[in-house]
Ligand binder design. Structure first.
Ligand code: NAD
Ligand code: UD1
Length: 336
């Protein structure tokens, strides 16, 4: 059985759907600090069966030991964490507690339970402002914010753990920009409050919840002046987790660090145009000042994931926009 911490969240739900369809048994574990129990019901409707979900906190030793006592877990995918870059600057202790201390409690419980296969949700933000794109895994690691530092710290903890306990198999997955939704439209991204990220902002403009998109910066050294990112469909990302899990279940007893991206970038304005085409909805937008802390352009080199995991992102920007719109139009208020 595979434990998905943070399994009721955006990426966890989509990964659970892919793993269950592939025949895996999963147990979700979540404190619902950034998700809703209804989302798990939607997952159950997609896969057509009950999905065990335990409410608890990765920072609680009792919760973690109880989970491993009650479920025959043989691998863990660790999604649970806080992910808002701006918030992480204002609440550093909360972020280090959740993301770093929480992971330590989980790892110690895994050691007691003798579970040694671990897939970790890292982020491309461990690279900070890169020297080149596409970014290889060997690039310098200099995260530019607190959130990114929590991810890099956990990566380093896991490398140290592997030196001391070489029996562990650990995949560090550095995601680029996850977007889109399950094609059925029952699950998708449902941020609290006004979205910080581009795609949920665009979908909420399309559905009439927000009046217009602000494009942060029109004078970057990019083809159209707007920022460029590597947007990856969340279903491709979920399939990347399945590949990493299959790798870990073969007990390679190493630490594998892999980018999960598409290998190409799109600008904000390209994404807006693709979304307008997919949805048939105009997206009123206005170019405003750059957002503090933003990198002009970057995208990932996914060749290592292809070689080592046999995984490549297959879905296009049009697929991403179609599925993001399908989710939002069927659920204008998200999971509310
Ligand atoms: P999400 O917020 O939708 O999901 C995270 C889940 O973890 C939520 O359901 C939340 O309730 C739960 N959680 C948080 N703290 C917890 C705790 N202490 N105990 C138990 N559960 C807890 O976020 P997501 O987009 O699905 O991201 C999943 C992981 O991927 C996170 O670790 C995030 O940092 C990482 N990541 C996300 C992105 C992205 O753009 N979405 C990019 C790179 C990395
Ligand atoms: C942000 C985080 C990153 C995290 C990622 C995915 C920062 C500095 N980085 O990345 O750590 O892994 O989210 O969750 O915050 N944009 C607009 N208008 C908007 C929103 C965004 O023009 O209303 C632009 C941004 O300037 C950027 C692009 O859209 O060029 C993507 O932004 P966003 O979705 O926030 O992701 P990142 O900034 O790449």
């Amino acid at each position: 059985m595979i434990l998905l911490t943070g399994g009721a969240g955006y990426i966890g739900l989509h990964t659970a759907a892919v793993l269950i369809e592939a025949g895996q048994q999963v147990v979700l574990f979540d404190n619902f600090s950034n998700s809703k129990p209804l989302a798990v019901k939607r997952l159950e409707a997609i896969v057509g069966r009950a999905v065990p979900c335990v409410e608890g906190d990765v920072r609680s030793r009792a919760d973690m030991d109880g989970l491993f006592d009650q479920h025959p877990v043989n691998a863990v995918i660790h999604f649970a964490g806080l992910k808002a870059v701006g918030e992480s600057a204002n609440q550093p202790l909360r972020y280090y507690d959740n993301n770093v201390a929480g992971t330590l409690v989980l790892l110690a419980a895994m050691q007691r339970a003798e579970v040694r296969r671990f897939v970790f949700s890292s982020s491309a933000c461990v690279y900070g402002e890169p020297d080149v794109s596409p970014i290889p895994e060997s690039a310098a690691l200099r995260p530019a914010n607190t959130y990114g530092r929590t991810k890099l710290m956990v990566e380093e903890i896991l490398r140290d753990l592997h030196v001391a306990a070489p029996g562990w198999s650990i995949a560090l997955l550095r995601y680029f920009n996850p977007v889109g939704a399950h094609p059925g439209g029952q699950i998708g991204e449902d941020p609290n409050g006004i979205p910080n990220n581009l795609m949920p902002f665009v979908t909420q403009v399309a559905v009439g919840r927000l009046p217009e998109l602000q494009v942060f910066g029109g004078d970057y050294p990019t083809p159209d002046g707007s920022g460029v990112r590597d947007y990856i469909h969340v279903m491709d990302l979920a399939e990347g987790h399945r590949a990493a899990l299959d790798w870990a279940l073969r007990d390679p007893q190493e630490v594998l660090t892999a980018n999960l991206g598409t290998g190409r970038g799109y600008s904000v304005l390209e994404l807006v145009r693709a979304f307008e085409k997919a949805s048939g909805k105009p997206i009123p937008h206005r170019i405003v000042a750059r957002r503090a802390g933003d990198v002009p352009a970057y995208w990932g080199d996914p060749s290592l994931a292809r070689q080592r995991l046999g995984w490549t992102a297959r879905r296009t920007l049009d697929d991403i926009c179609r599925d993001a719109w399908n989710w939002q139009r069927r659920n204008p208020q998200g999971f509310a």
